[in-house]
Every structure is written in structure tokens, then in C-alpha cells.
Design a protein around this ligand. Structure first.
Ligand SMILES: [Fe+2]
Ligand SMILES: [Fe+2]
Length: 309
């Protein structure tokens, strides 16, 4: 597989776009709860039984969960990239610089997401639970083969690109501060997606076809585990919405919120990565059998319009 960029290109670009955490997400930043956080394409579906205020609360609850889910998946990415740095020690200095910048940027992103979560918890006015077992999930993912882990990382990094370019960049009527966080995140993630691709090419070159297919099967297995976590987050969201709305939803409405949140997260965190052209291109070359499974699962996600009412 050939790509048009090198580790040195990634270092150069990373230096050009680099930003300071205190400029982008100051520790004392106040969030604007008068606006939606998530753009329409990534936002919860509008449910007719929720008031406008409740719908906005649900958008903000999902926005908080969205950033926390990134915090969640980037925990293991950070840990694996530390290993990639170690493997490159005394090797190619441009590759090592690209990887160490990647690690530092990912740590900064973690701090940005933590600051946001603290600001949200402080000012939202109601309890709003998010997944908090990131280290445990990181351990589970990292128990897989290096290429299986790297396929997952490619999914996450290219998915982040697609969220920004297809859903966020041109979105109007969303909180500009929230949008700026995602913009700054994207600026650095552009290099991460490329570095991951270069690392995947390097890793796969030492593996035979069966080993690459087995690694892609592990990636598919990890996606299944992530889906279970998304259900858990959707359950939290129903509780958070009821706290913010100050009412208990009738059972059928609570079920519809749960289903709609889960479908939304699956599209956002699974479908956008599985269908990204660069993820599909890499699987086409390295694990064509697994690609067919990924395509079939992605088709299931996009055809799932929820239970009939
Ligand atoms: Fe990141
Ligand atoms: Fe990243």
C-alpha cells in the first residue's frame, strides 16, 4: 500500500498546527448552556414528546458523552503509542519524533476532555453520568495483537476526521466554544490518522495473510465490545435527561430515548469509522475477508431505524 506522506511530513504539519491547552480550554472556562453542543448530523434524533428545552438538554448530555467517549478511547491509544515509541527507539528519528508528538498531543487532548467534563459537571446543574472505566477497557483492547489494536485506532482516528469535515465544520447554531474544541482536536488528529496508517503498513509487512485477517477479526470483536459500552452510555443519558427535565418519563418514552441514543452513538462511533474510505482501503489490501463482515455490519447500522412505534 502506498501513501503520499512520510513521518517527517507529519512532524512538520504537527509543528504548524500545534496549540496550547490553556488557550483552547482554560481551566476556568464557562460553558454556554443556551445553545446546542452537537451539530444536527451527530445530535440525538428529535423526539416529539420532548419539549424544546428537554431536547436541548439531551443534545448537551450527548455532547458531554461524545467528548468523554473520546477521552475513553484515547486512553488506550495513548498507551499503545507509548509502545510504538519504544519500538522505534534508536531507529528512524523522524518516526520517533512523529510518535512522541502524537503521544504528547493525545495527553493534551485527555486533559482538554477532563477540563470540559469538570466544567460540565460544575455548571449543568444536574447529575450527568458518563462511562468511567477507561483504563479497564484500555486493558481489554490492548490484550489483542498489535495490528488488531492498530486497526481499531485507525477506525477511531479516521472517524474523527469524518466527524469534523462532514458534520461539524459547516454546522451553524451550535455553541462556538464547543465547536472550537472539536476543531482544535481535529487539527492534530489529521496527523495521528496518517501516523497510524504508516505504522499499520510497517506492522503488516511482517505478517502473512492469515495473521492480518486474524488481526482484523480482533478489530471486529473490539467494535462489538464498544457497542456494549454505547448501550451503557445511552442508559446513563435517560437518567440524566430525567434529572434535567425534573420529571420521570413514561416507560415507552424512556425506551424511545434509550433506543434513539444508542442508535445515534452507533452511527457516530461505529458506522463513521467502519465506512471511512481509508479504513476500507486498508482492509481491502490487508484483510479483504474481514472487510466483508465490516461492510455488512455497517449496512445493518445504517438500516436500523429503531423499533416501530
Ligand atoms: Fe485525540
Ligand atoms: Fe488521536
Amino acid at each position: 500500500m502506498e501513501v503520499k506522506y512520510t513521518y517527517a511530513d507529519c512532524v512538520k504539519k504537527s509543528e504548524q498546527v500545534s496549540w496550547r491547552l490553556d488557550d483552547v480550554m482554560p481551566a476556568d472556562a464557562r460553558l454556554n448552556f443556551d445553545l446546542d453542543f452537537l451539530p444536527q448530523a451527530l445530535a440525538p434524533t428529535r423526539l416529539e414528546f420532548l419539549s424544546t428545552r428537554e431536547q436541548r438538554s439531551l443534545n448537551q448530555i450527548a455532547g458531554n458523552a461524545y467528548l468523554n467517549l473520546f477521552h475513553f478511547v484515547e486512553e488506550y491509544i495513548l498507551a499503545t503509542m507509548m509502545k510504538h515509541c519504544q519500538a522505534e527507539l534508536f531507529g528512524n528519528s523522524s518516526a520517533l519524533r512523529a510518535l512522541t508528538r502524537f503521544v504528547d498531543e493525545e495527553l493534551k487532548h485527555q486533559q482538554m476532555f477532563e477540563r470540559f467534563r469538570e466544567a460540565f459537571a460544575r455548571d449543568f446543574g444536574h447529575p450527568c453520568a458518563v462511562l468511567d472505566n477507561a483504563a479497564e477497557v484500555a486493558g481489554l483492547i490492548m490484550s489483542k495483537s498489535p495490528l488488531g489494536v492498530l486497526f481499531t485506532t485507525l477506525h477511531v482516528e479516521w472517524m474523527t476526521q469524518e466527524h469534523f469535515t462532514a458534520c461539524i465544520r459547516d454546522a451553524r447554531a451550535v455553541d462556538p466554544f464547543f465547536k472550537s474544541l472539536l476543531h482544535h482536536h481535529w487539527l492534530e488528529e489529521c496527523q495521528h490518522a496518517r501516523i497510524d496508517t504508516l505504522e499499520a503498513i510497517k506492522l503488516a509487512s511482517g505478517l502473512n495473510r492469515d495473521q492480518r485477517e486474524a488481526a482484523a477479526d480482533e478489530y471486529i470483536e473490539i467494535l462489538g465490545a464498544l457497542d456494549g459500552l454505547l448501550v451503557r452510555q445511552a442508559e446513563f443519558d435517560v437518567e440524566s435527561l430525567q434529572a434535567a427535565a425534573g420529571r420521570v418519563l413514561p416507560e415507552n418514552e424512556a425506551d424511545r430515548v434509550l433506543n434513539s441514543q444508542h442508535r445515534g452513538y452507533r452511527k457516530t462511533f461505529l458506522w463513521y469509522g467502519m465506512t471511512h474510505r481509508n479504513v476500507q482501503e486498508i482492509l481491502t489490501e490487508m484483510a479483504p475477508r474481514a472487510l466483508e463482515v465490516v461492510q455488512a455490519r455497517a449496512a445493518d447500522i445504517s438500516s436500523d431505524t429503531g423499533p416501530k412505534q
